[in-house]
Design a protein around this ligand. Structure first.
Ligand code: ADP
Ligand code: MG
Length: 701
């Protein structure tokens, strides 16, 4: 189904906008998190984090220091920087009838300033005023306009999240051009919902967040932003509903056997299952036994023992002579799974193998032949699992680890490799139930809330970074005692930029000076094999200190590691801190986590560190996280959104998630093939929010 033509202007590349060249392209890719040139729609959905109010037009005498003011002044005289001393500022003296104000330029170009602020003329200057040396000053006015320009000076200017090298002004100009491209799109929200939620039309919503008339227009909880959030959530829910409709049909087959392999696995375990593991296994076995397809989410903290539950699920289908697949998002995770699984499987007589990008040539061919011949019961792997030449004899169970990293397409590609494949999703990110809907739609849920027996508590402490030396000393003692230490360096935002890589690299080098080749480094830009090699050295205690960016966040299992240092802990979100800390406290030895923070510590960061010190219960942490985010929502503090969502905010829009779900269900009931004009409008929505991969499912079969 081709994209509706009406969307073309929005899918034009940003480089088609005047003033957006290759340099901007690169910066915008980074800013908007896209690997290719962003489209006009991506700019429009980049929403302000703040706004500047230039409406205050006081007399000079009444200007309030520390605020933004637009002053009407006459330019009296210039005092250029002293020759040869370019560090002295260029000063422009200006005044109105009530007083004087100094306009200060550091490294100002003389020609430019003389033109901008001609002596004897009237100008409007807008910027933050300050008192400096007893004089009212405006350092680098943001705006300087004459009478004519004043008409065009917007009263309220949006401020956007930026990236280094990208100027606010050029981003604003690009967004203004993008707004002009906005076509009149059909309304996809039903009249009832529009009325109930008081949503404005899309075009008005976009205009008002980018060209606010009031400071509050840009707040996420106002109707403009909320309308956009609802659209995004509706697109997500509709896509999930389409997938679900597809998966529910045809009715699944009965896939569980008599339990003989499961008991063998359980007998082979060196430990007893926790009661929540037993409950999860029972629920899964029950689902597998139903003629309806299973769609179950298994949630549990890192280390809560999901892998063995997954293995038991695979054993259940193997008992019935069928196959299972376990797909992980990364090579490291896939290998981790096979490491846990292989010895247990061997003792139970389950045949397992792994396939990733690294299995090549004959190895790969052998595995493919075995899986096609039904000689393997469980195939573990990465995306490599969904390649076309991977053909199962009888795939009955698809287990997907860390699901929300996979799109709809991957999920379907795996389930389409068998008939009526049951789906088990593993998630190590405990999500409050309200949010489960966002990612998974209506799924059955099993939670692993208890920690396996024998786990030692983690002693978590917070220290100011001024005590770094003590921490390094402590690490030195630990290394001497043979302990394994993770040393985490921060990443701002989700992506690993070069800049933050140097944080890790620099720390690696300083620690190396002290501890020599006891220290290793892993980061996201390293090749898989290289990363694995360093991880393996750490796991084998050939190195004792592993400096890492957040690549160790997910799923890495080195039970012997008992110490973790997290630098700039104040920059991490609660969920991330929790995930990171989950790398330790996995063995039988007591563990310590040291959170180094930079002072001064903001209120929110302090609250986060407090929570993380108080508890290791991921579900509680997730709830606290949501609560804190809710409290922190004030003008100007941009909170991070839901992963995979750009606009919807968990702390503001939880109500909307349920409403979007209900609306998606209504659509599936009333118009499952998205026919007619309202269906066409919904297709537009799916394209806009990149959920169009669900479109081929509409009414299929
Ligand atoms: P998750 O995948 O949930 O992060 P894993 O399945 O990797 O956790 O389990 C973490 C570790 O705990 C593994 O070494 C596993 O063998 C062990 N484990 C799992 N279940 C139990 C249990 N009931 N008692 C003791 N140890 C367990
Ligand atoms: Mg795991």
């Amino acid at each position: 189904m081709p994209r509706p033509e009406i969307l073309n202007p929005l899918f034009a590349l940003v480089t088609s906008l005047s003033g957006v060249g290759p340099r901007q392209d690169k910066l915008l890719r980074y800013l908007l998190g896209r690997s290719e040139t962003p489209r006009v729609v991506d700019l429009l959905l980049h929403l302000p984090s703040n706004a500047i109010d230039r409406r205050a037009r006081p007399k000079v005498r009444d200007a309030v220091p520390g605020t933004v003011a637009t002053l009407e002044v006459t330019i009296d005289r210039h005092r250029p920087s002293l020759p040869g001393r370019s560090r002295t500022p260029y000063l422009v003296y200006a005044s109105d009838e009530t007083g004087d104000v100094l306009l200060t330029y550091f490294r100002g170009k003389r020609d430019y300033i003389e033109k901008l602020l001609p002596i004897g003329e009237k100008r409007y200057v807008s910027g933050t005023v300050q008192i400096f040396d007893g004089t009212l000053q405006m350092v680098h006015p943001d705006r300087v306009v004459d009478e004519q320009g004043l008409a065009k000076l917007s009263g309220i200017e949006p401020v956007y999240p930026l990236t280094e090298g990208l100027a606010l002004g050029s981003l604003r100009r690009a967004i203004a051009l993008a707004l002009q491209k906005l076509p009149t799109l059909p309304e996809w929200i039903s009249p009832e919902v529009l009325r109930r939620c008081s949503f404005p039309p899309l075009s008005e919503a976009l205009r008002r967040v980018h060209v606010p008339l009031e400071l509050t227009d840009i707040l996420p909880d106002r109707p403009f932003w909320s309308r956009l959030a609802f659209d995004e959530l509706l697109a997500g829910q509709l896509a999930l509903a389409l997938v679900r409709a597809q998966l529910r049909r045809p009715a699944g087959a009965r896939h569980a056997g008599d339990g003989h392999l499961r008991s063998k696995v359980i007998d082979a375990l060196p430990y007893a299952l926790t009661s929540s593991q037993r409950e999860a296994v029972a629920a899964i076995a029950h689902d597998l036994q139903q003629p309806m397809r299973m769609l179950r989410l298994l949630q549990g903290d890192v280390g809560s023992g999901k892998t063995v539950v997954a293995l038991l699920a695979a054993a259940a289908v193997a008992e019935a002579g069928k196959q299972a697949a376990l797909m992980a998002p990364t090579e490291i995770l896939a290998r981790q799974h096979i490491k846990t699984i292989a010895p247990l499987a061997a003792r139970a007589g389950l045949r397992v193998a792994i396939i990733t990008g690294r299995e090549k040539g004959k190895d790969r061919r052998d595995i493919l032949a075995q899986i096609a011949a039904g000689e393997l019961d469980l195939l573990v792997g990465t995306h490599a699992l969904i390649q076309d030449d991977v053909i199962f004899k009888s795939l009955a169970l698809a287990i997907v680890d860390e699901q929300h990293r996979f799109g709809v397409r991957e999920r379907l590609a795996l389930t389409s490799k068998g008939d009526a494949v049951d789906v088990l999703v593993l998630s190590a990110t405990p999500i409050p139930r309200t949010l489960v809907l966002t990612y998974f739609g209506d799924m059955d849920i099993s939670e692993l809330r208890e920690k396996p027996a024998g786990r030692q508590p983690i002693d978590t402490r917070a220290l100011p970074s001024s005590r770094l030396n003590e921490v390094v000393d402590a690490v030195g003692r630990a290394v001497k005692a043979g302990k394994l230490v993770y040393w985490i360096c921060p990443l701002v935002e989700e992506s690993e930029t070069i800049e933050h890589l140097t944080d890790a690299t620099t720390r690696f080098e300083t620690l190396r000076e002290r501890f020599g080749d006891q220290v290793g480094l892993v980061h996201g830009q390293m090749k898989g094999a290289e990363k694995d090699r360093v991880m393996a050295q750490f796991a084998a205690a050939e190195i004792h200190v592993l400096v890492a960016t957040t690549v160790v966040e997910v799923g890495v299992d080195v039970p012997a590691a008992t110490i973790m240092v997290i630098e700039n802990a104040e920059r991490f979100g609660l969920a991330q801190l929790h995930q990171l800390r989950g790398r330790i406290g996995r063995g039988s030895e007591a563990s310590t986590c040291l959170l180094l923070y930079r002072e001064p510590l903001g209120e929110m960061s302090a609250a986060r560190l407090r929570v993380i010190r108080e508890t290791t219960d991921g579900f509680r942490i997730a709830e606290e996280d949501l609560r804190l985010r809710g409290e922190g929502e004030v003008l100007g503090t941009r909170q991070s959104g839901l992963p995979g969502y750009r606009i919807a905010r968990p702390e503001v829009h939880t109500q909307l998630i349920a409403q979007a779900r209900d609306e998606a269900l209504r659509i599936m009931r009333d118009n499952p093939k998205l026919d007619g004009p309202s269906g066409e409008a919904l297709r537009c929505l799916l394209y806009l929010y990149e959920r169009d991969e669900a479109i081929p499912l509409i009414g299929a079969g």
